[in-house]
Design a binder for this molecule. Structure first.
Ligand code: LLP
Length: 435
């Protein structure tokens, strides 16, 4: 469920007309719904909280660490932090943003295959909940960094469970040949070694098998292997207190079977890995943010090929604003902001102005007939949308707007051309001859 609906013939977000936002802020523009963000977090966390099997021995509910790579706008993070959300981070920048948005350090998880020494030191000094270690060289470096700070590093080892899943090969992470995590065999050995190290505190294991997963079967298979490895570690006399089960739950993009509801996901998790006397962590990203955002764009013109009759709907948004179709062949529903008043439709190739063929959002899509100047909304663009934007072709980053209770705020303004150019100072020897 989300809060983007037609009202009086126009697409609105929480009662605010997207036409008004486009007029005030310009296009292309990302628009997020606070109510949808809050709802998605609360549905997900609520489903997990409702399960006694997923309580820690101290009675703690699972940590829901929002995978902020999905949408790391500070206002989005702050909205979620106020609901009690934690953060799954992958860089010092993300840790800093999470803390600035008010996520307490003890709810921050730090993942990623290439954390630098400086990033590890920053995370340890900040007192985050745990680092998710992905390899032996990384663990060796963590030990050195922790020793140099005279600290003990709480960490979990990310196991690659050999079950890959996801909406596209580029977002599948749990396959045995993917770069993430290590084999269970190696993990068990590392864990035992680390337990003897004075600056390392192995507290558990982690997995994350992929993204946009629309079926519980692979998740269940991975979780059940994780249970086996918790038991194997314990059988060695090692202490295991935490289990991090990653993210990956898919969302409806309208051309796919409906993904499982968080309640079914939580039930599966409880049945598969519940009652192990662990503190559980989940790292949902897309399921929180995707359907909480749209990208609004204006039709520049419609170009009809005289020879073939092929119709190109040329928009002012491009692959630099929303790269998912170009990168993953992703499907985004495209809706006219003004509800169609008749049944006229056309078959379009929907494209942006960037100079490459990859800048095609979709081919042969039947849409209500559209004209130059009209607005369209790319639905489900709240996750992996603005965050993956670039200024390719010297196009300013699309601004972001957050809606709440019938009003809205610009939460990342569009940079001016002067601001863009000021980021690229000319060295003195090139300044000659310029005004
Ligand atoms: N945890 C870890 C360790 C991850 O690598 C990811 C996503 C998540 C959690 C969150 O997964 P989610 O719940 O959002 O599926 N840019 C791609 C998606 C890349 C996902 C990368 N890792 C896309 O636009 O589809």
């Amino acid at each position: 469920m989300n809060h983007f609906d037609y009202l009086d013939g126009e697409l609105h977000c929480e009662g605010v007309s997207l036409t008004d936002i486009a007029r005030d802020v310009g296009t292309p523009v990302y628009v997020y719904s606070s109510a949808t963000l809050e709802r998605h977090y609360n549905v997900f966390a609520g489903a997990l909280n409702a399960s006694p099997a997923l309580r820690s021995p101290k009675g703690e509910a699972p940590l829901v660490a929002y995978a902020m790579k999905a949408n790391s706008n500070l206002a989005v993070l702050r909205t979620l932090a106020l609901q009690g959300c934690g953060a799954d981070t992958v860089s010092e920048g993300e840790i800093r943003k999470a803390m600035t948005a008010g996520v307490p350090a003890e709810k921050i998880v730090f993942s990623g295959v290439g954390k630098t020494d400086a990033e590890m030191a920053f995370a340890l000094k900040a007192g985050i909940y745990q680092l998710n270690v992905e390899s032996r060289p990384e663990l060796d470096r963590l030990a050195r960094v922790a020793a140099s700070l005279n600290m003990i590093a709480p960490f979990v080892i990310r196991i690659n469970p050999g079950v890959g899943s996801g909406g596209h090969a580029k977002i599948t992470t749990g396959g045995a040949r993917d770069k993430f995590g290590i084999s269970a065999e190696e993990a068990l050995k590392l864990y035992a070694d680390a337990a003897a190290h004075r600056n390392l505190a192995p507290v558990g294991i982690a997995c994350h098998i992929g993204s946009q997963i629309t079926d519980l079967t692979p998740l269940q298979a991975a979780f059940s292997r994780m249970k086996g490895w918790v038991e194997a570690l314990r059988a060695e006399g090692l202490s295991v207190e935490r289990l991090d089960l990653g993210g990956g739950l898919g969302v409806p993009y309208f051309n796919q079977p409906a993904p499982p509801h968080p309640v079914d996901f939580a039930e599966m998790a409880a049945l598969t890995v519940g009652h192990l006397g662990l503190r559980y962590t989940f790292e949902p990203g897309r399921v929180i943010a995707a359907n909480a955002g749209v990208l609004v764009s204006r039709v520049v013109h419609v170009h009809e090929r005289i020879d073939s009759g092929q119709k190109f709907l040329v928009l002012d948004a491009a692959m630099n604003d929303l790269i998912r179709p170009a990168l993953y062949d992703a499907y985004h529903d495209i809706r006219p902001v003004a509800a169609p008043t008749n049944d006229d439709s056309d078959i379009y190739d929907v494209v942006g102005p960037v100079c490459e063929t990859g800048d095609t959002f979709t081919r042969n899509r039947e849409l209500p007939r559209l004209r130059a100047g009209e607005l369209v909304a790319f639905m489900s663009a709240g996750a992996y949308g603005a965050v993956m934007g670039s200024e390719y072709n010297s196009r300013p980053l699309a601004p972001e707007v957050l809606v709440r209770d019938g009003g809205f705020a610009v939460v990342r303004p569009r940079p001016s051309y002067d601001e863009m150019m000021a980021r690229e100072p000319l060295p003195q020897w090139l300044e000659m001859g310029l005004e």
